[in-house]
Design a protein around this ligand. Structure first.
Ligand SMILES: [Zn+2]
Length: 97
């Protein structure tokens, strides 16, 4: 269980780094312009993207423990849904697992 939890954490962190890179590239955009980020769920095969505005992304990223996933891609029992928008959820995972 703990090894699986660590693997999940790595995957989400990697995707978040990719998304932060995308966000950096998008920094020149007006805050209301939409761009796409990768779903940060635990499924290695998941390559779905989520469209959100730069303003939304920055607001979510203010909290280190939060991840953006496609609706229904949250990990039951691990992720706590913090907020939901049209097509995505913002989830919070207990850290230190
Ligand atoms: Zn996903």
């Amino acid at each position: 269980m703990s090894a699986r939890t660590r693997a999940l954490g790595r995957n989400e962190t990697l995707f978040r780094e990719i998304n932060d890179y995308i966000a950096d590239m998008s920094r020149a955009l007006p805050p209301e312009d939409q761009f796409e980020v990768l779903c940060e769920c635990d499924s290695l095969g998941c390559a779905q993207t989520i469209a959100l505005t730069a303003r939304e992304y920055v607001a979510i990223r203010r909290n280190d423990g939060r991840f953006i996933v496609v609706r229904s891609h949250e990990e039951a029992g691990l992720d706590r849904v913090v907020s939901e928008a049209g097509s995505y959820l913002v989830v919070e995972r207990a850290t230190g697992a």
